[in-house]
Design a protein around this ligand. Structure first.
Ligand code: IVH
Length: 700
């Protein structure tokens, strides 16, 4: 897309635009520079997943462009980044005809299926050997994009394959999709591109959490969330869904003035490469061209291991005949091309029987119905317990005890009941009855207006106290490993541990007498508890379990203060001024820091030695690793991950959060994950092993 030189120029252009006023240039020139720079920033952020400027800086430049265009409307072009923003609601999505039908794919499930297919391909093409292009099979919503004279002209859903819905306005909200691309340079006048719109698993998780908090039914999986998002009538809402895209096929091509089709577009891998170079998100870094079906089978098997490490869902791989002339020779049925086949990974759906529903009390008192099903293996994990979220979800799905249910477990997404299989009902199924009183403390349950969950409002309810303790010690909170969930439950039952401050005044002599404990384990427990007193402030804030305060909000709060109890003096107004803290979250924080019991607990914790201050980790500025960033993947032969990371920090280095151009070293151990693949594509990242890493430190 951009040469290294162009990248350098555009990066410095961005910095210049951010720093200086450039009013001496003509408005037309200013508009042009801003568009170039913004487009480059979008590409780095959405396609390369490696931002060059912050969100705030992007907004600042976007605003400048918007102002210039308002003053000079004659300068507005359809590919200006400002043109993504739509005003008003979509009345309807008219159906439109695809330039060529959008076919489906035939499926295969094992190596034997693929060898059969390979044989058929060779028979049909009269070829002795065939080159294949292999790509991931993205589990999203398929789309068709048409670019005419370089400009994105139309975006449509698959529909029935012949006609789909025109969703152009919504498609323009997806910043990974360029509003214009230089097809003209290749002699192309009009082109139809096929691909998939996706939602990252993390975005999906956050969206569902938000929907539950707002009383809306959660989406079953990222695919459904994506399709739902593409059909929203308010384009501004679509923009908030943070959709991603990947484009993998050219399905229609019209050249200008009888120019010949460029050589590179005569094969599938060339198509992907070209789309990649034009600035589209593509499978470019993940595709592989092979010369033999055995090689294909090996790649599929290798790739299946990577499945869960990808940020989005894939449900298999697609193997395509690479040579497009050969594809045409082989042809298609009305349903699918004969020159391509999907290889489906292990199914992540299964059916089972819903035996009963239990009602669990969470740490905020919310009652969660949990389905108990006959244990069933899905994608390598046995599933027997599934959250049903709340009463509305149960009602909406019309679940009954005794129902045969369809269960899905998508990657690291939690298992989910898709639906009851109504056809399997015998008439003996029983309705699910919701309790009117807390199953643990017996207090009457309440359902606050506008909320979906029934709640036990007795803050001394044993279930809540226990859940709060378990949360406090958990991995992402204070991370007191030796005091896991089982020990917390046991100590609670025994009366050794009844409140959070109790953690810091455990009776170790008594614990030593307990079955399963000895000198060593008590020593470890004591050390883990002591060490947790020094945890950074954001962990403590998260550990307190304040409603709506997740890890991100905890970090935001920690950065805003130097001493935790100071939050007592913060007003609602001050709180809502922090990033991503709205009135609901703010009032929860406000209430927490105005409750006498909570203040008392913080005072006790401080007296017991728990850190309440925000002390940024002091990186030794003189350390040999200072200014260098590190990331680890796989298991190292000697060092534990946290030990290696601590070494980096001790020597003034930083731990990166992902592989990007800002990364200096990727340290690779046994069974590395997808980080390695990604790092190989960035020449500036040095890939080293543990021994080389230790050398670096030694020389430091
Ligand atoms: S090629 C004519 N390549 O899978 C062949 N499809 O089950 C068209 N899909 O409708 C498809 N990743 O939406 C192709 N790398 C990929 C794909 C892919 C996902 C979807 C596509 C298609 C469906 C068929």
């Amino acid at each position: 897309m951009y040469t290294p030189d162009e990248e350098k120029q555009l990066s410095s252009l961005l910095q210049k635009l951010l720093k200086e006023s450039h009013a001496q240039a003509s408005p037309a020139e200013q508009v042009k520079r801003l568009r170039q720079a913004l487009r480059y920033a979008e590409w780095r952020y959405y396609v390369q997943d490696d931002p060059v400027i912050s969100d705030g800086e992007y907004d600042q430049l976007f605003h400048q462009l918007k102002q210039l265009e308002t003053a000079h409307p004659e300068l507005i072009t359809p590919d200006s980044p400002t043109q993504r923003i739509a005003s008003g609601l979509t009345e309807n999505f008219p159906t439109v005809a695809h330039l060529t039908p959008m076919l489906s794919l035939d499926n295969s499930y094992n190596a034997a299926d693929l060898r059969d297919w390979d044989r058929r391909v060779k028979e049909l093409s009269h070829a002795r050997s065939v080159r294949y292009c292999i790509e991931p099979k993205y589990d999203g919503a398929s789309i068709s994009l048409i670019y005419e004279n370089n400009i994105l002209w139309r975006g449509a859903t698959r529909g029935d394959g012949v006609r789909g819905d025109d969703i152009t306005t919504n498609i323009k909200q997806i910043k990974a999709i360029p509003l214009a691309a230089d097809f003209a340079a290749l002699g192309i006048r009009r082109v139809e591109i096929r691909g998939e719109i996706l939602m990252h698993k993390e975005t999906f998780k956050a969206l569902n959490e938000q929907r539950l908090a707002e009383n809306l039914p959660p989406f079953a999986n990222p695919r459904n969330a994506t399709s739902g998002s593409l059909r929203m009538i308010d384009p501004r809402e679509v923009a908030k869904r943070k959709l991603q895209a990947v484009l993998y096929q050219i399905s229609f091509l019209e050249m200008s003035d009888q120019q010949p089709v460029p050589e590179v577009l005569r094969c599938q891998s060339g198509v992907i490469k070209t789309l990649h170079q034009l600035g589209f998100p593509t499978p470019y870094s993940l595709m592989k061209v092979v010369h033999h079906i055995d090689e294909a089978i090996q790649y599929l098997q290798e790739f299946e291991q990577l499945r869960d490490s990808l940020p989005y869902e894939i449900d298999g791989m697609v193997i395509k005949v690479d040579d497009i002339a050969l594809q045409e020779k082989i042809g298609s049925t009305t349903h699918h091309p004969r020159w391509a086949i999907a290889y489906k990974f292990k199914a992540r759906q299964a059916t089972s029987v819903l035996r009963k529903v239990e009602f669990q009390v969470g740490r905020t008192g919310a009652i969660t119905p949990v389905a108990k099903i006959d244990p069933v293996p899905i994608g390598g994990v046995t599933v027997s317990s599934i959250s049903l979220f709340n009463e509305d979800v149960v009602r909406e799905k019309d679940l009954r005890i005794g129902d045969t249910v369809l269960v899905e477990r998508a990657g690291d997404v939690i298992p989910y009941i898709v639906k009851p299989i109504v056809e399997m009902r015998t008439g003996k199924e029983k309705p699910i009855v919701f309790p009117s009183h807390c199953p643990v403390c017996g207090d009457p349950l309440v359902k606050p207006p506008g909320e979906a969950a029934w709640r036990c409002v007795n803050i001394n309810c044993e279930a809540q106290v226990l859940e709060r303790l378990i949360h406090f010690v958990s991995k992402d909170a204070m991370d007191i490993k030796s005091l896991g969930e089982a020990n917390v439950r046991r100590f609670y039952e025994l009366g050794i541990l009844r409140s959070i401050p109790d953690i810091y005044r455990l009776d170790y002599d008594r614990i030593k007498q307990l079955d399963g404990f000895g000198e060593k384990s008590v020593h470890n427990l004591r050390q883990a508890v002591e060490a947790s007193k020094k945890q950074p402030l954001h962990r403590l804030i998260y550990a307190l379990g304040i409603r709506y305060v997740g890890e991100t909000t905890a970090r935001t709060l920690a950065q805003a203060i130097t001493y935790l109890p100071d939050l007592r003096h913060w007003s609602m107004d001050q709180l809502t001024q922090l990033t991503d803290i709205g009135p609901k979250v703010a009032s929860s924080i406000y209430a927490f820091f105005h409750h006498r019991d909570n203040i008392h607990m913080l005072e006790e914790l401080e007296r017991l030695g728990v850190n309440m201050h925000n002390q940024p980790v002091q990186a030794k500025p003189t350390g040999k690793l200072s200014g260098k960033t590190f990331l680890f993947t796989g298991t190292l032969p000697h060092l534990k991950r946290h030990e290696a990371e601590a070494l980096v920090e001790q020597h003034g280095g930083k731990i990166a959060s992902s592989v990007s151009r800002n990364l200096d070293y990727l340290v690779v151990g046994d069974e590395p994950g997808s980080k390695l693949e990604k790092a190989r594509q960035i020449p500036s990242v040095q890939i080293i092993n543990e021994a080389q890493f230790l050398k670096l430190i030694e020389s430091a």
